[in-house]
Write a protein that binds this ligand. Structure first.
Ligand code: XUL
Ligand code: CO
Length: 442
């Protein structure tokens, strides 16, 4: 049985290839800095966008043509598993991610939902045995069902807190069962719509209690995956508590949870927060919190989360720079939390989209590696902050200065000379690297 009969295994054909179903830049076997691209980039497929979504949007119903939609309920869920593993193998992605409700339908009751999970998880486990595909992360969808109308762990209703905990408990057990390398918390409803009816202090305390319980339970069952919080400022909530990497960091510090979590940074969430993707990655990196990445991009003309496949090589280059400087993503990976456009409804479009995403991050990786090798940004930074390496600057950095010594120094200054920031030449240099990275191969 094949679900993608028009597609064979996607191969690397190089930058000259005109074949839409081939990689132009992502060469899984190419070694960069001692690791193959496949080992380093750890690409993941998002189950929800690729196998579950029907491409509906708030104004129109689904358009996707998906073979498995001829079935319903558990039969459809089983067909999706078959299709998913065929897809992973053909695209050559070694990781996948899912929410509980992506893989199996919810039942009438929690125990029925759990039973449905068990059936599909057993099937996934069998498929994993016959492939080298691993679970990058799983998570509980505590936002779609109407019961989460006021939130999950931050709901005003304690019954919902309990229900949410039960769902996460089940997913932690499943993560362990499938050897998941990370576990994600994305709190789409953990926030508020209006302060007029919200106890913000209690909601945040409860959210922290919930995270602590998750940490405790994972320890109890011996599930040692990296916990990841995925910040997002808004949508669906008007204000989400895990707003961005910096506010999530503050939250983790406040509640003594910082040693148990890293962050899953999503490009489109960064832009919704008014940041660049690389800002979120940089903040997480320099604070030891960069765990994994949801690789996508937003549409700057639209103010919502469009979850597009990454196609901006400038952005993927700066993102890969952060990842290289982080020493890679450890147990994390580059998960395509991205969907084909509503107009791209053919099953083959799923391949085109992933090929593009994988190629664009591969370009970014190659260019960023060269930038790092040549110390391009390091030299700029070294020179720009040189005043902190000697004299008064060194005193400041080493904690040897105080307001009195600084005043004495400032009084003795004849003139203050600043140096140009040279932004234009820096941008031109990045473009030069981007344009010449494949020069020999084109
Ligand atoms: C929503 C989003 C989620 C998380 C997992 O914006 O990014 O799909 O990645 O719940
Ligand atoms: Co995401």
């Amino acid at each position: 049985m094949t679900w993608f009969e028009n597609v064979n295994k996607i191969k690397y054909e190089g930058p000259q290839s005109k074949n839409n179903l081939a990689f132009k830049f992502y060469n899984p076997e190419e070694v960069i800095n001692g690791k193959t691209m496949e080992e380093y980039l750890r690409y993941g497929v998002a189950y929800w966008h690729t196998f579950t979504a029907d491409l509906s949007d708030p104004f129109g119903s689904g358009t996707a043509i998906r073979g498995w939609d001829k079935f319903d309920g558990m039969d459809r869920a089983k067909a999706r598993v078959e299709a998913a593993f065929e897809f992973f193998e053909k695209i050559g992605a070694k990781y996948f991610c899912f929410h509980d409700v992506d893989i199996a339908p919810e039942g009438e009751t929690l125990s029925e939902s759990n039973k449905n999970q068990d059936v599909i998880v057993a099937m996934i486990k069998e498929y994993m045995k016959d492939s080298d595909v691993k679970l990058l992360w799983n998570t509980a969808n505590n936002f779609t069902n109407p019961r989460f109308v006021h939130g999950a762990a931050s709901s005003s209703n304690a019954d919902v807190f309990a229900y949410s905990a039960a769902k996460v408990k089940k997913q932690l057990e499943i993560g362990k069962e499938l050897g998941g390398e990370n576990y994600v918390f994305w709190g789409g409803r953990e926030g508020y719509e209006t302060l007029l009816n919200t106890d913000l202090g209690l909601e945040q305390d409860n959210l922290a209690r919930f995270f602590q319980m998750a940490v405790d339970y994972a320890k109890e069952i011996g599930f040692d995956a990296q916990f990841l919080i995925e910040p997002k400022p808004k949508e669906p909530s008007t204000h989400q508590y895990d707003f961005d990497s910096q506010s999530t960091h503050a939250f983790l510090l406040k509640y003594g949870l910082v040693d148990h979590f890293k962050l899953n940074i999503e490009a489109n969430h960064a832009t919704l927060a008014g940041h660049t993707f690389e800002h979120e990655l940089r903040y997480a990196r320099v604070n030891g919190l960069l765990g994994s990445v949801d690789a996508n991009q937003g549409d700057p003309l639209l103010g919502w989360d469009t979850d597009e496949f990454p196609a901006d090589i400038y952005s993927t280059t700066l993102a890969m720079y952060e990842i290289i400087k982080n020493g890679g993503l450890g147990s994390g990976g580059l998960n395509f939390d991205a969907k084909v456009r509503r107009g791209s409804f053919d099953p083959e479009d799923l391949f085109h989209a992933h090929i593009a995403g994988m190629d664009h991050f591969a370009v970014g990786y190659k260019v960023a590696s060269k930038l790092v090798e040549d110390n391009v940004f390091e030299n700029i930074i070294d020179e720009r902050y040189a005043s902190y390496k000697e004299g008064i600057g060194k005193d400041i950095v080493e904690g040897k200065a105080d307001f009195k010594s600084l005043e004495e120094y400032a009084l003795g200054l004849k003139e203050i000379k600043n140096k140009s920031g040279r932004l234009e030449v820096i941008k031109a240099t990045i473009n030069q690297y981007l344009l010449t990275a494949y020069a020999g191969e084109l």
